[in-house]
Every structure is written in C-alpha cells, then in structure tokens.
Design a protein around this ligand. Structure first.
Ligand code: ATP
Ligand code: MG
Length: 411
C-alpha cells in the first residue's frame, strides 16, 4: 500500500482529553479515531491489526473444533429475566432501549443467554453433543470509567466461545483444551512470557474462573505471580486457603499490575436449566447441558500490545500482528524505491510504501511512530553503498542490503 493514498495521517499531538498511552499512540499514528470516551473507530491500519489478531484466534478456535457464527447485538429482555440478569442492580453495564411498540431490548454486553437459548433449537440428544461455537462480536457495555484507551471501551470487539457438553468430564477436557489454545494465542501475538493463567473469582459452578492476565502498568488488576508454576492468583481471591489449595507460599509470589485479556468460566448445568437447554442421554433421561464460556478481549489485546512494547519513538508491533511487515521509505529516490516496492510485493511481502513528498526526518519519525517490524530506507546514500538500509524497529542501526538479501530476510 502506498502511504500517499492512505487517508489517515500521522499527527504530532494526541487529543488533549486522551490520557492513555495506547490510544494516544494509536491516534497519532492513524490507527484509530476517537469518537468519544471509550468509543473508537478502527481505521485501515488499525483494522489490519484487528484482523491479524482475529485470524490468530480463529485458527486456534477452529483447531479445537469451534464453529464460527455471529449473533445479534439486540437482545430480548425475557431472555435475561430467565437468568435474573436483566436488572441494572444485577448487571451494571447494560445499555437498554425500546422498540417503537414499547418492547424493551438490551444491547449485547455478553451472549451466554442468547446463544444458549438458541441452542434449544439444535440440541436435544446426546448425539448433538459436544458442540462448540464462537464469534467475534461488538460488545456494548455502559462502563463507568473509560480512561484506558482501547483497553476499556463502551463498544469493543470480543471473541466469545461457548461449549455445550453432556458431562462434567467432557467439559473439563474441553476447558483444558481451550486453556492451551488461549496460551498459544497469547504466545503467537508476542505476549507469551508476560501472560499468566490466573485464578480468579466468578466461577458460577466452580470455585474459580480463570483469567489470562498480561503484566503491564496500564492494567487495572493486581495479580500475584508464581513464576515457576507459571500461574497467578488475582488479588480478589488471594487467601491462605487458596494458596494452600494451589500449593504456593506467599513469599514465592510476586505482585504485579496486569490487564485481563481473557476469561474462561464453567457454568455447570445451572444456566441451561434456567434457559431450558436439555438433552436426552442414551437411556432417554433428560439432563441439562453443561455450559462453558470463554472470552478474549480482541481490541483490549491490541491496546495491551501497544502498552507493552512501545518505546520513546512510538509503537512497536510484533511481527504476527503488524499491519505491514515492511515500511519502505523513499528518500528522494522514488523510481528505485518503486522498483523495490514491486519486487517485495510480488514476493508476497506486505509493504507500506512511504512515497510521500516529505523530508527524511519526518518520514523516519513517522516510521518509528507507526511501528512496522522492518524499516527499509532507499536514498542516495544507501544506493551508493549498494542497496537499501534495513533496520528492525528496535535495532539501533540498520545494515545495507541488496534487494535479494532483503527479500531473503523478510520473506
Ligand atoms: P473487566 O473486569 O476488565 O471489566 P470483565 O471481567 O467484565 O472485564 P468479561 O466479561 O470476562 O470481562 O469479558 C471477556 C474479555 O473481554 C475480558 O477478559 C477482556 O479482555 C475483554 N473486555 C471486557 N470488558 C472490556 C471493555 N470494556 N473494553 C475492552 N475489552 C473488554
Ligand atoms: Mg472477566
């Protein structure tokens, strides 16, 4: 893609009311547009990052036999009354509205109820189980504080998956498969070594729910990490009893600020009973379906990645999620640059080509701000030395390479 054709522009300053680092950088670099507090649009560059993250998640969810679908944002009140979660006292993030005929509707902040009731149309026998479904959906939540940029939004993208099993045993096996798949997702997006499987409150059926917490000062949670066991305990459940249960001692735990990037729950059969989701076993006996629910905050994850890796120059994208692999900068050598752009593109490398008529200083600063993994500079100096200057985003200095060597490096 040619940067001269990109409608979004970089800017020196973020809006004054934007206090979070991730949103400041993403706005300045032209990845997102702030609509209002906690509500952001994703521009072409930002959308490419979202799509990369989604594809990494999609591959893993398909790998554990998840089937992708997409539910609606408008939800019926009656549904949520069945599980006693319509009341604003019970759920404090509801956005609600009414149809012209006066019927109340809610905007989906979660989809357990909706998907589970829908499944009564498709699940009736043990032969229909297990079933795993997931979606990437825009969730709407009336959050009180929205000061963490895209990490806490009133409208955001979540991947939510739901598992329907015939027994606790089957459920547990899938829960473990999902845990492993989630850890692979966080590994692939570059957060593997700082993301911890965390014991937390919120299990409706079990003692715990499990969160995936990424260490960052921008996070809103406090967790206690056990590095050797590669697990953590959320502050909210840190008690002597829990430490004994997990076989850890307080002095082995390290306190850290973290952001919840994922959360998985076991619901047992309770919600299915409330919503009428039963199946007949081999003996014809009716039983509630065992439900599990599994979320990843897609847009929050993008914000966390920015927070974790950014440096003084700007964003640093891990290769797996970067909108483009190479940022090619022409410093007054448009013809030679165009040729390299064509060669890289023909080789299947995703390139953002800065073909704008601008000074070198501004181009180099923009390149740092936007954060592609490789910067390739083509100018008089580099051509005299036999090629283009290639530099990794976090490397101090670049090296001159021929186009062949460059292709070899970035393919
Ligand atoms: P939090 O405790 O941060 O408010 P939650 O526990 O209410 O989050 P879940 O219902 O578990 O969130 O949602 C699943 C995932 O969606 C979370 O792990 C998080 O990554 C993401 N998420 C939740 N709320 C938001 C939000 N307001 N903005 C962006 N992502 C969010
Ligand atoms: Mg949660």
């Amino acid at each position: 893609m040619k940067q001269s054709q990109l409608f979004s522009k970089t800017r020196k300053e973020a809006p004054k009311d934007e206090v979070s680092k991730n949103a400041q950088l993403l706005i300045r670099a032209g990845f997102i547009h702030k609509e209002m507090a906690g509500v952001y649009a994703f521009l072409p560059l930002g959308l490419r990052v979202i799509e990369n993250i989604k594809n990494i998640i999609r591959e893993e969810m398909n790998g554990i036999r998840g089937q992708e679908l997409i539910m609606t944002s408008l939800q019926r009140k009656e549904l949520w009354e069945k599980t006693d979660r319509w009341d604003d006292e019970k759920v404090d993030v509801w956005f609600k509205s009414a149809l012209k005929n006066g019927t109340e509707v809610g905007f989906g902040w979660s989809h357990e109820e909706q998907i589970t009731e829908m499944m009564t149309n498709y699940i009736s026998s043990y032969r229909d189980l297990p079933t795993y479904v997931y979606q990437f959906q825009g969730k709407l939540r009336n959050e009180t504080r929205a000061k963490s940029g895209i990490m806490r939004c009133r409208e955001f993208v979540m991947k939510d998956m739901y598992s329907y099993c015939r027994s606790e045993e089957d459920h547990k096996a899938f829960y473990d498969d999902t845990t492993a798949a989630y850890l692979r997702v966080f590994e692939k997006v570059g957060l593997g070594d700082r993301t911890f499987f965390t014991f937390a409150s919120g299990g409706a059926f079990t003692q715990f729910s499990h969160e995936f917490q990424t260490i960052t000062d921008a996070g809103e949670d406090i967790i206690y990490i056990h590095r050797e066991k590669k697990l953590a305990i959320n502050q909210e459940v840190l008690t002597d009893e829990v430490m004994v249960l997990l076989g850890v001692k307080r002095e082995e735990l390290e306190e850290a600020k973290a952001a919840e990037v994922g959360n998985i729950f076991s619901f047992g059969g309770a919600k299915s009973e409330q919503l009428g989701l039963f199946f007949k076993d081999e003996n014809g006996i009716s039983q509630p379906v065992i439900l599990g629910s599994y979320g990843i905050g897609v847009t929050r994850l993008m914000g966390v990645i920015v927070e974790c890796f950014a440096d003084d120059g700007g964003i640093v994208w891990p290769e797996a999620v970067a909108p483009f692999k190479v940022h090619l900068l022409s410093l007054g050598k448009d013809e030679e640059s165009e040729k390299i752009y064509q060669q890289l593109t023909a080789a299947g490398v995703e390139v953002l080509f800065d073909d704008r008529d601008m000074g070198a200083g501004a181009k180099l600063a923009d390149s740092d701000l936007m954060g592609m993994p490789y910067r390739v500079v083509v100018g008089k100096k580099s051509l005299e030395q036999g090629g283009a200057e290639v530099k990794g985003r976090t490397e101090e200095t670049g090296v001159i390479m021929t186009v062949e060597a460059l292709l070899e490096k970035v393919k």
